[in-house]
Design a binder for this molecule. Structure first.
Ligand code: AMP
Ligand code: TRP
Length: 334
């Protein structure tokens, strides 16, 4: 059975983008993989954050993942700062990764914007910590949204260089396979079809949050930006229509089908009918998750116990691997 690792930053309520690009796939993969899922709070402090809300945001992320279908018995669910093996391996890998490689990371450029000299060093080395997250479990498959593709290529480059430098080319770290799945691996903002839907977008209208109530979902979809043309009858007609493409992709992912099937039913008609159908579908699928999340958050002691147990099980897997890496780089052991 292959081992899966994936992570999500506890920086707010997960969005429909997180759900369709990542979490929904994590749930399905539990059936035939050994799965390790992590609220990556170490990554969450790479950009300005409020120390008063981080702990609760981490619990909320755990609750959202359980509500969405992550089973903490079958899978390991934990928060990153509780398993110290991640930072120990991250430091070693920072000394393997080349500055030139990090300079190519487009997500760093996007997040740093014009203020490059003034962002944290942690934001710059963020993808190295991400590589450590995966490699410290020798995980081989990583389900993520499309925006993480470049980070996983970097993780493979780092792993290969480590193997070459310290293991004579033997595959101590395995090759990582990205799993970027389904018609909604890149969900776009509802207000701007050229921007990714994001938890941190200043406009709440740009996204669906997993906790939005039915009226809010219906309103956001009704107001979602579109163009004046009717929906095309075939996927080729979605080219250069990013907003239409986005809504059809969301519908297809929610129905577990593809663009062509959705357009066979809805193509040729205006957006009014389609948006009503999409809102109904989203409400039917997301409302139970929001309800379950609220129920779980009434009992934080249970969530904390789940995370504590997850951290113990994760540590048991990571500890021998990080110790072996420390031995391979040659640290004195007394
Ligand atoms: P983050 O919220 O940045 O921690 O992302 C957690 C997971 O959700 C990663 O696998 C991302 O690739 C995925 N993700 C985030 N935003 C989107 C989006 N707009 N569309 C698809 N996947 C996304
Ligand atoms: N960087 C990922 C994101 O923002 C989150 C993440 C951290 C991750 N460590 C990971 C994803 C390891 C997959 C594997 O989306």
């Amino acid at each position: 059975m292959q081992r899966i690792f994936s992570g999500i930053q506890p920086t707010g309520i997960p969005t429909l983008g997180n759900y369709l690009g990542a979490v929904r796939n994590w749930v399905k993969l539990q059936d035939d993989h050994e799965c390790i899922y992590c609220a990556v709070d170490l990554h969450a402090i790479t950009q300005p954050h409020d120390p008063k809300t981080l702990a609760q945001a981490t619990r909320e992320m755990a609750a959202a993942l359980i509500a969405a279908g992550i089973d903490p018995q079958r899978s390991i669910l934990f928060h990153q700062s509780a398993v110290h093996a991640h930072v120990r391996l991250a430091w070693i890998l920072e000394c393997v990764a080349r500055i030139g490689w990090l300079n190519r990371m487009t997500q760093f450029k996007d997040k740093a914007g014009k203020d490059r000299e003034n962002v944290s060093a942690g934001l710059y080395t963020y993808p190295v910590l991400m590589a450590a997250d995966i490699l410290v479990y020798h995980a081989t498959r990583v389900p993520v949204g499309d925006d993480q593709r470049q980070h996983l290529e970097l993780a493979n480059d780092i792993a290969q260089k480590f193997n070459f430098d310290f293991c004579g080319g033997e595959p101590f770290f395995p090759v990582i396979e990205p799993l970027i799945l389904g018609p909604a691996a890149r969900v776009m903002s509802l207000r701007d079809g050229s921007k990714k839907m994001s938890k941190s977008d200043p406009s709440d209208q740009s996204r669906i949050n997993l906790t939005d109530d039915p009226d809010t979902i219906a309103l956001k979809i009704r107001r979602a930006k579109t163009d004046p043309e009717p929906l095309p009858t075939e996927p080729a007609g979605l080219e250069s229509r990013p907003e239409a493409r986005n809504l059809v992709g969301i519908y297809a992912a929610m129905e577990d089908t593809d663009y062509a099937t959705v357009l066979r039913t809805h193509g040729g008609r205006g957006f009014g009918d389609f948006k009503r159908a999409l809102a109904d579908l989203l409400i039917a699928k997301l409302s139970p998750i929001a309800g379950e999340m609220r129920r779980l958050l009434d009992d934080t002691a249970t969530i904390d116990a789940i995370l504590r147990d997850g951290a113990q099980r994760a540590s048991a897997l990571a500890e021998p691997i990080v110790q072996e890496a420390e031995k391979l780089v040659g640290f004195l052991r007394v």
